[in-house]
Design a protein around this ligand. Sequence first.
Ligand code: ACM
Length: 636
Amino acid sequence: MKNCLTSLFLLLLMQTVKSQSSSQEISLIPTPVSMVHKEGYFLLTEKTLISTPGADEATAHIASQLASRINRAAGFRNAMSSSASASGIRLMISSSEESLGNEGYRLSVNPQAITIVAKKPAGLFYGMQTLLQLFPKEIESKTPVNHLSWKVPCVEITDYPRFAWRGLMLDVCRHFFTMQEVKQYIDEMVKYKYNLLHLHLAEDEGWRIEIKSLPNLTKVGAWRVKREGKWANCKAPAADEPRDYGGFYTQDDIRELVKYAKERYVNILPEIDMPGHSMAAVASYPELSCTPGDYHVNASEEFMVWGANGQQTALVDNTLCPANEKVYEFADKVFSEVAKLFPFEYIHIGGDECAKNFWQKSDAIKALMQKENLKTMEEVQSYYEKRVEKIVESKGKKVMGWDEILEGGLAPNASVMSWRGMTGGIAAAKMNHHVVMSPTDYAYLDFSQGEPTTEPPVYASLRLNKVYTFEPVPQGVDPEFILGGQANLWTEQLPNFRAVEYMMWPRALAISECVWSPADKKDWPDFVSRVEKQFDRMDIAEVKYSRSMYDPIITATKDDNGNMFVVLGKEMDNVDIFYSFDETNPDNFYPKYTSPVPVPKDAATLKVITYRNGIPIGKQINIPVTELRKRAGFKS
Ligand code: ACM
């Protein structure tokens, strides 16, 4: 009995030590430039002093942000001091730290003190984000967690970003997101050291920013009929249906958001997408169109036909008319007010996916082409973009546009956001224009991230392991012209903020590492294990995320005799896939996938599930054999 009790005690002790040591495991995203993990830990208590010796206002503000995070999760009211202290948490600016640049930091944790040193406050802010990830995961709690030992492992970290532009785009047009939600988006992005929020503010489905000289934009353009259903498959609104779905940010709201973002070292890039994607503007001011008509803000009914080459044919003219002087007066008014609201040096003028089929029929466009000697519709758009560039520059701002602005001739000073792959970005960089890389192939977070039949319906797929291979500087391009990288989150299919989070995480973790960390520090298996630690934190923070990385990648092939085989891939090595064709639900006692499996002749459904170490880790996926036949290339 005594032996039994001793064994039990030892077992419990081992488990305690194990859980303590695993809670002390260091798991940072994005991974820092250099880190040395040392013995021991710093213990945070309610007596820990937070000091900011010789502090400027910005440093003091970062210290108070740290104190309030600690207060929220631990319930401590740590004292703050602007005098030097040999212990506690110390935030210090040192102008001699040239090598850290504007956003780098050095973080040192020993049993007596935690010290963050940076050349600029932004560096201290990022040092604080790293420190928060070193705390136990309960630091993410929204209410105080009692009886926890708030240990921080001893480390020496030196860290700074690879790129100055680390962006996330949020489309607040297809669905409107409240001030609180945008602030939450900012809170979530800065944890992973993103520094740029691109707000997509004008679209076919809504105009989202108050322009005082153009009141219809928010009286009419910000509102549409509510539809729930599959995007572009909904019924067009009837004349008498209420237009009460949507919203906009007042100019005071924008000022508040800009301030909120600035306090978190985030710039906001406003995008006014024109001359395509302009249905909300045209519904507000129909005289801006080349095509007289009765317009309404799109309610997610089909109005564009997409050709195989990505060319679009609009069923309704959703463009501003480049041949109409009123359009340039409109742009002048919009950009005057936008430029005053956003301190960031760039304004994004859109330029993507502009359908030109109505321009082709327009007499005004024909006359413009003759007058300006324009040969193609792309040159017509380029004429428009060059004039808009001048307007934006007259407000003291630089122009950024989607890569379509290259077609027909790039405006002289414009920077390019490359989304249709890297080609546009490469071409622009070779012409000595600045570029932000946000290619669909790696950085489109609206694409589905797991088995498509189980995900919200989207037209393309992009899994986490592919996102992680994003490299913003293509070979043969001068890195000087690549400002950085950005992930884009279009919200056609994302009607609420939980859905936004689900699409962001964990893929935005991968992008954060691609744009912050040195390329040679990237390590996929290690990243996956760090993502799993972030999942634990997100659970506590009540942030939604996708677990699709655990699910198999299901494809099918056929041989010359018409036999079909199912091929199950996976994103990580340390999971096993089990399957059935007999309509029962597989577990880890079922056949384990090792190589392509012939699909039995009478099978109707493939069911698969992943396990790790005997525990289910992925969700069960049921996929009809009819779907597998399509994937294998059978006609029926
Ligand atoms: C885009 O995705 N249309 C820029």
